[in-house]
Ligand binder design. Structure first.
Ligand code: FPP
Ligand code: MG
Ligand code: MG
Length: 254
């Protein structure tokens, strides 16, 4: 007899939990200084939450491992902070289909708002009262910074190295997801074996996500992506100091 596999939409499986986390994040990013308040809530407003790939994966992991939902809030906070800084580094003008924060409010406010969100994520992290989890998240932040630095300082030899590319990709995208998945296993009190499995799952999914994101940088359009395309190659050219003509051709293509 044929087994008919039902197609399950992973996003709808945790839709209710996702809106709980979104509301918790909104309440966490309130600031007293008016400019900071409007900048911090910018990407938490209705309709600009993005694909929500990372929080969905973490919520699926939390559901599978039986972790109370509000405990997984620090990870998405770190993620949004890193994207605000990333858009400054990439000179991006759009994200999630609207103007990026650096484009709308300038680089200085975008950097400060990223720092503010990171500090709010640290407070959420502290409230978990688990020093191993704090250490895992601090490692992930170290890796984010390392990956971004590797990306903007790649030599032409390293550019042709798959090993360099995969290491950079792990730092940039794999680490936050792998360490967050491991965190969820630890918070649920699972064995070291389960926490390693959770870590590997997050790592491989994170790597796959970034590989596709990098291909879309070439094959996608700004309209389908909700953010500029060809940004990495434009910055590679800037860094290598290639001819102005080539840079113009690339910018035109965007
Ligand atoms: C997106 O890459 C960016 C990242 C995955 C990480 C960015 C990390 C930093 C800027 C380090 C600072 C970190 C913190 C926590 C403040 P991309 O530019 O390839 O993807 P995109 O197309 O979404 O812009
Ligand atoms: Mg970017
Ligand atoms: Mg980038």
């Amino acid at each position: 007899t044929a087994v008919v596999e039902e197609q399950v939409d992973p996003f709808s499986l945790v839709a209710a939990e996702l809106s709980l986390v979104t509301n918790r994040l909104r309440s966490m990013v309130v600031a007293k200084v008016p400019k900071l308040a409007s900048a911090a809530e910018y990407f938490f407003k209705m309709g600009v939450e993005g694909k929500r790939f990372r929080p969905t994966i973490l919520l699926l992991m939390a559901t599978a491992l039986n972790v109370p939902i509000p405990r997984s809030a620090p990870c998405p906070g770190i993620c949004v902070a890193s994207l605000l800084h990333d858009d400054v580094l990439d000179d991006a003008d759009t994200r999630r289909g609207i103007g990026s924060l650096n484009f709308v409010m300038g680089n200085k406010i975008a950097v400060l708002t990223g720092d503010f969100l990171l500090s709010r994520a640290c407070v959420a992290l502290a409230s978990l009262k688990n020093t191993e989890v704090v250490s895992l998240m601090a490692t992930a932040v170290k890796h984010l910074v390392s990956g971004e630095t590797m990306q903007i300082t790649t030599s032409s030899d390293e550019r042709c190295s798959m090993e360099h590319y995969m290491q950079k990709t792990y730092y940039k995208t794999g680490s936050l997801l792998s360490n967050s998945c491991k965190t969820i296993a630890l918070l649920a009190g699972h064995t070291a074996e389960v926490s390693i499995l959770a870590f590997d799952y997050g790592k491989n999914l994170g790597l796959a996500f970034q590989l596709i994101d990098d291909v879309l940088d070439f094959t996608g359009t700004s309209a389908t992506l909700g953010k500029g395309s060809l940004s990495d190659i434009r910055h590679a050219l800037d860094y290598l100091g290639k001819s102005r003509g080539m840079q113009r051709t690339c910018k035109k293509a965007c």
